[in-house]
Design a protein around this ligand. Structure first.
Ligand code: ADP
Ligand code: ZN
Length: 730
């Protein structure tokens, strides 16, 4: 797979297309030949499809029937290391190559020539009549030598209307040209002075700079409490990467965080970087895709899919909040962006920085084992101190029925109101109430298509399924027994909590932060800025607020239900609850004033709750690691999920049982199969889902065994199978 492999016109080439075929197709190289890695358009049946020249063709059938490549696209060829990355990622996640290629070409209109715009430069002609305005335009152009400007730029610089420029162009005194709209991004300047780092921060930044100068692959776990300056430190690593002339990528777990981050980058480097996520326009995505390949952008800030951009020379990948579960893609190609970042870096010789206040157990174990370097920031920046953490024992609180804010928490909020400080009430549940129950028959209102309850959203005045997004009006009659007027909301969601807070604190300004309450990322960003500026007394939020926002006036965090995540049998529940509660608590007291976090719990003696309160993280991880080791589950063993789905539950289980019986290839590597059992989400959009869990020791060829195991399966009718390597829940 050498990058310079060249195929002359008429030679046979093997092409990987984005179409769901499980093999390479042979074509004849076009006029002018092509390089390995070239993006091409090839005929497939009656259509033309996108593909990449993968290597020499095999020529194992009738040469006269092999069709020529239609055309080679005018974009940088895919680099050998990118092809290697896609191949390895496909092998690891057991994803067909065409699906991997689709991930790597998510720039709509890639095959189109770049769009054009008019630019203006100095011409040879003379104007028939010289006016004051005209001479100013020519002066500007002379002053800037051969540079070209857009109409708007030129008119603004000369202080004239655009018709003046157009008049000059008509007479040839100014030359009008077409130029591709794909322009490089503004240059980021690493030499602009950054903040003065504390000693801890400076040491960490220095270690990263040295590692980057040393070159080659390596991963660093950058662990530091919220507000300790991890971002400041890794921006220095970005600066060093820019100095070395390489490209950097910063992955963020949440689009809502990008705007704030871009502003910080601009303050540090004097310009904004490229931004890549689902909210970016099609034209802009295409520009980034091309520019990244040509080296026309030095820094990309993006969602997990930016890992598949065709960087020319990627030297650094930051995974911010590396423990965040949203790094796991749960649709289509199932991959964990954190693990793929490490894979990509290992192939292209880049450094990975995993930043978190509460690392995933996987990363903590890798750091303990010496596979990752570790850098730690122990204290918050400036005078900010970590919040005091306390439990509110709900068994001892005098609660009114239908309320969730305990008298103790109420008192604490009231004291903040009197002091002019902000409070945050946290509950990880969107909507008004998680359950709508019929008081006549006891049935809950469920989704018609999923195995999920319908959640009441008063804001929308509808019931909504959080699984498939289906909504319906709140019924008057119970769908099960038909009795009227007996449906009642049970349990608190963020909207109901807001209602309670409004009644308890009628004079307070209350702000709700939940992903479903905002039509756009911009609206959400505006609200976040208002809160940061102090335009709210009580913030009521879901998981969204746990992620990295700075609210300087916030001094109290009240977790309404700290036990929520501890229910259920998931082996990762403890880790998740620990991370979430520590993150939420970290929102308090980020500026001068000290903060406090109060956790409402019915089980203050639970080991996880105790670990959250004591803040002894190393102890918590050690205990968690020991438990996982004893159970031989990740990261000490390997797991894979096989998800089967179909419209008919019996057929899905039959297939699952057949698989479980014929487990020869798995037994040969000593792996065990559990199930089939209903998947964590057992029914979605009318499809029944069943899961088989495979458990194996570390170091065995798990992917190979699974491939052999599922190879004989012929999926009949509407049955589907997908493999989930390293599932999130087990
Ligand atoms: P983290 O990423 O660990 O949560 P940040 O890098 O966001 O921490 O830092 C928290 C806050 O403290 C930010 O507003 C940041 O600008 C500020 N800060 C951190 N370190 C410094 C420093 N050395 N000088 C000035 N401000 C700093
Ligand atoms: Zn549904």
């Amino acid at each position: 797979m050498s990058g310079s492999e060249y195929f002359e016109e008429g030679a046979l080439v093997a092409v990987l297309t984005t179409q769901p075929l499980d093999r390479l197709l042979d074509y004849v190289a076009p006029e002018g030949g092509c390089f390995a890695g070239a993006f091409v358009e090839v005929p497939l049946g009656p259509r033309r499809v996108l593909g990449v020249v993968w290597g020499p063709g095999r020529g194992d059938f009738d040469r006269s029937r092999i069709r020529p490549v239609h055309r080679v696209l005018d974009v940088a060829p895919m680099r050998p290391e990118m092809r290697q990355f896609l191949g390895k990622a496909a092998d690891y996640t057991l994803t067909p190559m065409p699906a991997m290629l689709r991930l790597a070409t998510r720039a709509p209109g890639l095959a189109d020539p770049p769009s054009m715009r008019k630019i203006y430069r100095l011409g040879d002609g003379l104007p028939d009549r010289m006016t004051e305005a005209r001479s100013r335009v020519l002066e500007v152009l002379r002053e800037y030598g051969g540079l070209a400007f857009t109409l708007k730029e030129l008119a603004e610089m000369a202080g004239v209307t655009s018709s003046v420029v157009k008049g000059l162009a008509k007479q040839g005194a100014v030359r009008e040209e077409d130029s591709p709209r794909d322009t490089p991004y503004p240059v980021l300047d690493p030499e602009r002075p950054g903040k003065t780092l504390t000693e801890d921060q400076a040491d960490a930044a220095q270690a990263l700079r040295e590692a980057l100068r040393g070159g080659g692959y390596g991963t660093t776990l950058l662990k530091g409490v919220t507000g300790s300056g991890k971002t400041e430190v890794y921006l220095e690593a970005v600066a060093e990467t820019l100095r070395l002339g390489r490209q950097a990528l910063v992955l963020l777990p949440e689009i809502a965080l990008t705007a704030e981050f871009l502003t910080r980058v601009e303050a540090r480097f004097g310009a904004k970087p490229a931004e890549w996520h689902s909210g970016v326009t099609v034209t802009e995505r295409r520009r980034i895709w091309r520019m990244v390949g040509q080296g026309g952008t030095q820094l990309v800030v993006g969602a997990r899919s930016s890992l598949f951009l065709p960087f020319r020379d990627l030297g650094l990948i930051i995974v911010d909040e590396e423990h965040d579960t949203s790094y796991k893609q749960e649709d289509g190609v199932l991959y964990n962006a954190r693990d793929m970042a490490v894979l990509r870096a290992a192939i292209c010789g880049a450094r990975v920085v995993l930043a978190s206040a509460t690392p995933s157990l996987e990363s903590w174990v890798n750091a303990e084992a010496g596979k990752y370097d570790r850098l730690t920031l122990t204290s918050r920046f400036g005078d900010a101190v970590l919040p005091e953490m306390k439990a509110i024992d709900m068994r001892a609180e005098a609660m009114q029925p239908g309320t969730w804010i305990s008298p103790s928490l109420r008192g604490a909020v009231r004291r903040r109101l009197e002091a002019g400080e902000q409070s945050l009430l946290f509950i990880n549940r969107r909507g008004y109430a998680p359950v709508t129950l019929c008081r006549a028959c006891g049935q809950q209102v469920g989704c018609d298509h999923c195995d999920a309850r319908m959640v009441e959203h008063r804001f929308l005045n509808r019931l909504m399924c959080h699984q498939c997004g289906e909504t319906k009006p709140i019924p008057v009659k119970c769908p099960s027994c038909g009795v009227e007027g007996k449906l009642a909301p049970v349990g608190p969601g963020i909207e109901r909590l807001a209602e309670e807070a409004e009644a308890a604190f009628p004079d307070a300004r209350i702000a709700l932060l939940s992903s479903d309450l905002f039509g756009s990322a911009r609206a959400l960003k505006a609200r976040i800025e208002e809160i940061a500026a102090g335009e709210a007394d009580i913030v009521i939020g879901t998981q969204l607020v746990a992620k990295g926002h700075n609210f300087p006036k916030l001094t109290l965090v009240g977790a309404i239900d700290a036990d929520l995540g501890l229910q259920g049998s998931d082996l990762r529940a403890a880790e998740r609850t620990f991370q979430l509660m520590r993150q939420v608590a970290g929102r308090a007291g980020r500026a001068e004033k000290p903060g406090q976090a109060l956790l409402q719990t019915f089980q203050p003696e639970h080991p996880v709750i105790r670990a959250i309160l004591s803040g002894d993280e190393e102890d918590f991880w050690r205990a968690e690691a020991a438990g996982r080791q004893a159970a031989e589950v990740p990261p000490f063993g390997r797991m894979a999920g096989i998800i089967l789905s179909g419209p008919e539950v019996g057929a899905v289980f039959d297939l699952g049982n057949a698989l479980a019986r014929n487990d020869g290839p798995l037994r040969r590597i000593g792996a065990q199969v559990f199930g089939p059992a209903p998947a964590p989400v057992a029914r979605v959009r009318g499809r029944h889902r069943v899961r088989l869990l495979v458990k194996a020791a570390k170091g065995v060829p798990l992917q190979e065994a699974i491939t052999q195991w599922i190879a004989p399966i012929r999926l009949k009718g509407d049955l589907r199978l997908s493999v989930d390597i390293d599932p999130q829940s087990f």
